[in-house]
Design a protein around this ligand. Structure first.
Ligand SMILES: Nc1nc2c(ncn2[C@@H]2O[C@H](COP(=O)(O)OP(=O)(O)O)[C@@H](O)[C@H]2O)c(=O)[nH]1
Ligand SMILES: [Mg+2]
Ligand SMILES: [Zn+2]
Ligand SMILES: [Zn+2]
Length: 264
């Protein structure tokens, strides 16, 4: 897992500024957040293989504490928080911009964008008029609950709204990191092959909903939809499945209905 690749409390940046070099709350903008968590940051030095399991447990245990705090923060405000996970390029940002455009004016929304580098996706989100905050994880390959907690300090979102968290494109370790979300939503595009649910079972097991995206491309590909769904249900019998094309708009109604049903 991620202790192996050394990610975790590395050079994470919120809107280009390190969350560990700044004084607490230095990046707060506006009056939206009010999220406060007092904590100290420990920076793990080099580690031996023998301590790896213990350290992984510590990392996940600490993450779960931050996640519980985030979850309470969402519950206090009746905010639906969703953690969007997928491999890079499955269409998360496209699905989000299309979703925001359709729901804007009816539902308060905000977006946390996770990527290793660049603010491209946050810029794409802001172009819709919805507030977004970019987290750059540097060498890190997932968002964790601590980063999201800091993002909540500065991201304006009204009570009763929806917070979309676009995780780093990676079907592996984001499965293990609870961010305090209500649901993980896994987006699988048909260009990736139908076998991904059984190759990355942890992620499909952790998700409540699988969005099969880019269905407009099905006529040009060999992609067995029935087999893909069977694989997904094999690792997660309760998973819900929606077929969507974020670019053509096909299936968007089903996704918007699903969102409405999840709101507290
Ligand atoms: N044909 C097609 N292309 C899509 C669809 N959704 C996204 N894309 C394209 O896939 C590429 C990656 O999309 P992006 O939203 O950046 O994916 P992300 O990395 O998961 O955020 C872009 O070129 C999108 O235009 C879709 O439903 N159909
Ligand atoms: Mg993206
Ligand atoms: Zn990772
Ligand atoms: Zn912190």
């Amino acid at each position: 897992m991620c202790t192996v690749c050394g990610c975790g409390e590395g050079d994470t940046k919120l809107e280009g500024q390190s969350i560990h070099q700044l004084p607490p709350h230095a990046f707060i903008r506006g009056a939206g957040g009010h999220h406060h968590h007092a904590h100290t940051h420990s920076h793990a030095p080099g580690m031996t293989q023998a301590r790896m399991v213990q350290i992984e447990q510590d990392i996940l245990g600490k993450n779960n504490q931050y996640a519980a705090r985030n979850r309470q923060w969402f519950a206090d405000r009746a905010i639906l928080a969703l953690n969007l996970v997928s491999s890079p390029g499955s269409g998360k940002t496209t699905l989000l911009t299309e979703t925001l455009t359709r729901l804007q004016g009816n539902v308060p929304m905000a977006v946390v964008e996770g990527d290793q580098q660049t603010s491209n996706d946050a810029d794409r989100i802001r172009a819709t008029g919805v507030p977004a905050l970019q987290i750059n994880t540097g060498k890190g390959c997932h968002l964790d609950a601590h980063m999201v907690g800091h993002a909540l300090e500065s991201l304006p979102i009204d009570n009763g709204g929806i917070l979309f968290i676009e995780n780093v494109g990676n079907l592996v370790c984001p499965a293990a990191f609870d961010l305090g979300e209500a649901h993980k939503v896994v987006i699988l595009s048909v260009t990736e092959g139908e076998d991904k649910p059984i190759k990355y079972p942890d992620m499909f097991h952790a998700a409540n909903l699988m969005i099969l995206n880019k269905i407009d491309l099905l006529p040009y590909l060999r992609f067995d939809v029935a087999k893909c769904e069977e694989y997904a249900r094999r690792v997660n019998p309760n998973i819900q499945i929606l077929h969507v094309s974020a670019t053509s708009g096909e299936g968007m109604e089903g996704w918007l209905n699903w969102l409405q049903q999840q709101r507290p």
